[in-house]
Design a protein around this ligand. Structure first.
Ligand code: NAD
Length: 305
C-alpha cells in the first residue's frame, strides 16, 4: 500500500511518515508539505519522499493521488492565535485546501483519514466531550476545523468515499517545535525551563487539557489506514487524560530538574476553559490501542529536546 500524507513534514505528519515507513505492508510514503510550519529536517532518516507544494494546488494533488492507495490529510494552519491574526488565510488552507484534497480523492476514489480538532467543541461546557455534543467554535481556527471535518464527512455521505475524521485533542511529543510565538504549551514550557526563562501561563493555569502522546496518535492513524476503518461521524482521538496546565508545568519541571519560574499572563482570546475527551468511540474502533501514559510521554519529549 502506498500512502500520501498532506502536512507530512509537520510535527504529527513526520511522526506518521516514520510510523508508515516502519510498517512492512506500506510501500511508498509521500509527504506533501509547503514547509510553512513543517520542515524537511523532520523527515531526516525517514524513508519518505517529500514533495514541496501546497494543497491549494489542485493539479499537484491530482498528480500525487494517482500513485497512492490512501490519503491522510493533516496539512493545515494549525493555530488559534494565527487564525485570529489572519482568519482568511486559515480559511483558505483549512477549508478550501481540504476541499481540494477531497476532490482529488473523489476523482481517484481514495480513502481519506483527516485531522479535525477538539477546538470545535469550543464554548460547550459539558465534560467529557462526547462526539454527539453540539459544536460552538470560539476561534476562526476552530471554525475552519469544523469545516474540515464537515467536508470530509459530507464527501463520505455524498460520494461513498471511505472517510474518517479524527478530532485530535492536545497532541505532544518529539518534533513539536518551540521557540516561536505560536508554540504549543508543552514545547513552550520545556524550552523555557531548559533556558532558565520564565514559564508563561495564560490565565490562572487551572484550565485543563487532554494531552495525547504523538506516538499513540500515529499508531491509531496508521492502523486506521491499514485496516480501512471508516466512521460516518467524527471520532475523538484522545483518552480522557485531563490535566490542569499548572500541574503540567510542575510535572515538567520535575522531569527537567529545574524549578519553574511560573508567571501568569492574561487569558487568551479563543481559548477553551476545559477539555477532556470521551474515548468510548475511539476505543471501540481501535480496541488494541495502547495509550502512552502522560509521565512517560513527557519524559520522552524532554529527552528529545
Ligand atoms: P504542524 O504545523 O506541525 O503541521 C501542519 C503541516 O501542514 C506543516 O508541516 C505545514 O508546513 C503544512 N502545511 C500548512 N499549509 C499547507 C499547505 N497549504 N499545503 C501543504 N502543506 C501545508 O501541526 P501539527 O500539530 O502536526 O498539526 C497537524 C494537523 O493536526 C493539523 O490539521 C492540525 O489542525 C491538527 N491538530 C493538531 C493538534 C495538536 O495538538 N498538534 C490538535 C488538534 C488538531
Amino acid at each position: 500500500m502506498n500512502v500520501l500524507v498532506t502536512g507530512g513534514a509537520g510535527f504529527i505528519g513526520a511522526n506518521l511518515c516514520r510510523e508508515f515507513a516502519s510498517r512492512p505492508s506500506v510501500g511508498k510514503v509521500i509527504a506533501l508539505d509547503d514547509l510553512s510550519t513543517g520542515s524537511a529536517a523532520n523527515l531526516a532518516g525517514v524513508d519518505a519522499e517529500l514533495v514541496e507544494g501546497s494543497i491549494l494546488d489542485p493539479d499537484l494533488l491530482d498528480s500525487l493521488v494517482t500513485g497512492v492507495d490512501a490519503v491522510v490529510h493533516l496539512a493545515a494552519r494549525p493555530s488559534v492565535p494565527r487564525s485570529l491574526a489572519d482568519p482568511v488565510a486559515t480559511h483558505h488552507v483549512n477549508a478550501t485546501g481540504t476541499v481540494n484534497v477531497l476532490e482529488a480523492c473523489r476523482r481517484a476514489h481514495l480513502p481519506v483519514v483527516a485531522a479535525s480538532s477538539s477546538s470545535v467543541y469550543g464554548a460547550i461546557p459539558a465534560l467529557p466531550k462526547h462526539e454527539d455534543l453540539p459544536t460552538r467554535p470560539l476561534s476562526p481556527y476552530a471554525a475552519s476545523k469544523l469545516a474540515t471535518e464537515a467536508y470530509v464527512l459530507s464527501y463520505g455521505a455524498s460520494f461513498d468515499l471511505p472517510v474518517l475524521a479524527f478530532r485530535f485533542f492536545n497532541v505532544y511529543g518529539p518534533l513539536q517545535s518551540a521557540g516561536h510565538v505560536y508554540a504549543a504549551v508543552i514545547p513552550a514550557f520545556i524550552d523555557a525551563m531548559l533556558l532558565g526563562a520564565p514559564v508563561r501561563i495564560h490565565g490562572d493555569g487551572l484550565q485543563t487539557r487532554d494531552f495525547t502522546y504523538v506516538g499513540t496518535v500515529v499508531k491509531v492513524l496508521a492502523d486506521a489506514v491499514l485496516r480501512k476503518v471508516t466512521c460516518p461521524g467524527p471520532v475523538n482521538l484522545a483518552f480522557g487524560t485531563r490535566v490542569p496546565v499548572i500541574d503540567l508545568a510542575r510535572q515538567l519541571a520535575d522531569i527537567v530538574g529545574s524549578p519553574a519560574d511560573i508567571r501568569h499572563e492574561g487569558a487568551r482570546a479563543g481559548d477553551v476553559r476545559h477539555s477532556q475527551a470521551a474515548d468510548g468511540l475511539v476505543r471501540g474502533l481501535f480496541p488494541d490501542v495502547i495509550q502512552v501514559p502522560l509521565a512517560r510521554g513527557l519524559a520522552e519529549t524532554v529527552r528529545w529536546f
